[in-house]
Ligand binder design. Structure first.
Ligand code: NAP
Length: 240
């Protein structure tokens, strides 16, 4: 049996981890909830870059590295591709497809924070769903803007910011109520794909709000990629 190291941090990874036996390892950065009801081994915290990860792979006799991290977690994905090469083992990845704009959507892709700042000109009540990234910019909120930020952990914000600490998945009704109460005039989102955080996009469509989408980072090439959990799980069958 090949020993698998599964890099996680998203719901898809947890779904795979739940099916892995005790021979395998599930790894989390430690920012979110750590499950205590899995059959596989769970480890928490960074490895110390690609070199540290390569050492871990050799030391623990890992035969396959699975990258099921978030599509915007570019650093760990780059480290995974490099470390697997160094350790001489394959790296497979779940590369979740992004959301696609449909009829009635007004999505505007922005490359980075300066482009996003520029695109926010003229809006008054933006709703940020980028995680912690907006926290570094609270001192630069333009006059006339009030920011609402949603992220995993609480933060005091400031007089022109409200921080909502919440974990997905988010239901449509819940999102409708939040948009109504917040009076948002623009949504800021990553293009994460998947269903857990998708309802906010439907609400933006219903309310005819523009959505500023932070472009996906380019990810390192790996040996095999899969578009969903089932395809990856099937490919693992001979190895588990
Ligand atoms: P990142 O910038 O790519 O990674 C930063 C560092 O965190 C990595 O260099 C690594 O430290 C450590 N790390 C990340 N994932 C790890 C894992 N599964 N196991 C062990 N160490 C890990 O990642 P990020 O954007 O900060 O995201 C951190 C975690 O949150 C990821 O696991 C990701 O899947 C999850 N997440 C991210 C987002 C997002 O929008 N970025 C959203 C939802 C969930 P060392 O270099 O020391 O090994």
């Amino acid at each position: 049996m090949t020993r698998i190291l599964l890099l996680g941090g998203v719901g898809d990874a947890l779904a795979i981890a739940r099916r892995l036996g005790p021979h395998h390892v599930y790894s989390l950065a430690g920012l979110g909830r750590v499950p205590d009801d899995l059959r596989c081994e769970v480890r928490v915290g960074g490895f110390g870059g690609a070199e540290g990860l390569a050492d871990y792979l050799r030391r623990e006799g890992i035969g396959l590295l699975l990258d099921v991290t978030h599509p915007y977690a570019a650093q760990i994905s780059a480290n995974a591709a490099r470390a697997a090469r160094q350790a001489g083992i394959p790296c497979w990845a779940l590369r979740r497809p992004g959301w696609q704009a449909g009829a009635g959507d007004d999505w505007r892709e922005v490359a980075d924070w300066p482009a996003l700042s520029q695109a926010l000109t003229g809006f008054r009540r933006p709703f940020f769903t980028l995680g912690r990234e907006a926290l570094g910019h609270l001192d630069g909120i333009p006059d006339g803007q009030f920011w609402t930020l949603r992220m995993l952990d609480p933060h005091p914000g400031n007089e022109r910011t409200r921080v909502i600490a919440a974990r997905g998945p988010f239901r449509l009704e819940q999102e409708r109520a939040l948009f109504e109460a917040g009076g948002f005039d623009v949504l800021i989102s990553k293009n994460s794909g998947g269903t857990a955080t998708e309802p906010k996009l439907q609400v933006a469509r219903e309310r005819r709000l523009p959505v500023l989408i932070l472009a996906r980072p380019a990810l390192a090439p790996v040996d095999r990629t899969f578009g969903d959990v089932d395809a990856l799980w099937q490919a693992l069958a001979p190895l588990r």
